[in-house]
Write a protein that binds this ligand. Structure first.
Ligand SMILES: *[C@@H]1O[C@H](CO)[C@@H](O)[C@H](O)[C@H]1NC(C)=O
Ligand SMILES: *[C@@H]1O[C@H](CO)[C@@H](O)[C@H](O)[C@H]1NC(C)=O
Length: 320
């Protein structure tokens, strides 16, 4: 009897710990996207680039035939074309934009990346939003930058009424505190990471690493660990079937709900990965980034400059 009783209480304790809210930071793997799984988890968006980049987003079949996406074992590569000189009057350089079929609210997503696009003119992004209803449902930019200019910034964009406090427990540096997309040309509320290996060539020289986003109704947090960072949590490194973010330490970026009703401003989001060239952001700051000539001419005439313009994913894992 005694033994049975102890087992029962032990089970109760274990069970309680798994109730949402009982242990806030525990999540279970719901999507393990590795290698060719990317072809099923995502839709290919062959549409004009809304940010006016010098790219032509192609469909899945075209992308595969041009080897712009390539899956093998635990590798999924997504790149822009790097062989052809473009006709200045014709379409942009073929590239790829993918959007998850599924949407997510409360979740943890782990982006395990060996390489990210680099080079003058590149503007890669890993982000979450409902782009068919943008900006009403909010936007979370996890990895985004232009022209190799690091470190990474994680940024939210919302309707008016969502701001971030100046004092937050995070390792990154605050940019604008107002997330309202109508302020300063949709700058958003960004946090610049301090780790130089979080973006571009230094990211790639270190074998990439792990980007992790946690979204709850209380906060949105983003962490980054470079490939050889000894502090990477064991459950991330070992591709666990559960993760517990309570052990992850101070995030690079922390967006609390204290001045922003996250449930109101953030709805169901797709995971989107796009790689554009030039366009509204990369094009406008191109000259200030130490890049040669003008952005569109550079893209048109220098295919070899885009050989490193690719993502190499070791996997994406989503936990809910
Ligand atoms: C396609 O891309 C992959 C990854 O970069 C590469 O290993 C492979 O050789 C390429 N295939 C062709 C036919 O170019
Ligand atoms: C991806 O597309 C969205 C708009 O749909 C845009 O906000 C984002 O900046 C784009 N990023 C890239 C790298 O194309």
């Amino acid at each position: 009897m005694l033994k049975l009783f102890s087992l029962a209480s032990l089970l109760t304790v274990v069970w309680l710990a798994r109730i949402p809210g009982g242990s806030a930071g525990t999540y279970s793997l719901t999507n393990n996207v590795v290698g060719s799984d990317f072809y099923n988890f995502f839709n290919w968006q062959a549409q004009p680039d809304p940010t006016h980049g010098r790219v032509e987003y192609v469909d899945q079949a075209t992308g595969r035939s041009l080897n712009l996406t390539y899956a093998s074992g635990d590798t999924f590569v997504l790149r822009t074309e790097s062989r052809s000189i473009l006709n200045p009057a014709g379409p942009g350089r073929p590239s790829v934009r993918i959007r998850s079929k599924k949407t997510f609210t409360t979740h943890v997503a782990v982006f395990d990346l060996r390489h990210m696009p680099q080079g003058c003119g590149t503007w890669p992004a890993i982000w979450e939003t409902e782009d068919d209803n943008w900006p009403n449902d909010g936007e979370i930019d996890i990895l985004e930058g232009v022209n190799d200019q690091g470190p990474n910034a994680a940024t939210l964009h919302t309707l008016p009424g969502c701001t971030m406090p100046a004092e937050r427990v995070q390792t990154g540096i605050n940019g604008q505190l107002d997330c309202d997309w109508t302020v300063n040309g949709n700058t958003g509320c960004g946090v610049r990471m301090t780790d130089p290996t979080s973006y571009g060539p230094p990211f790639n020289q270190n074998g990439g690493g792990w980007y992790v986003v946690e979204r709850t109704t209380q906060f949105i947090k983003v962490w980054f660990w470079s490939r050889n960072n000894p502090s990477v949590p064991v459950d991330i490194k070992n591709r666990g079937v559960q993760v517990n973010t309570d052990s992850y330490g101070t995030p690079a970026a922390h967006f609390p709900n204290t001045q922003c009703d996250l449930e109101r401003f953030f709805k169901r989001h797709f995971i989107i990965i796009n790689l554009t060239l030039c366009g509204d952001w990369a094009g406008s700051v191109y000259g200030n980034s130490g890049c040669p000539g003008t952005c569109v001419e550079f893209v048109d005439n220098n295919p070899q400059a885009f050989r490193e313009a690719y993502f190499d994913f070791a996997g994406i894992r989503v936990y809910e």
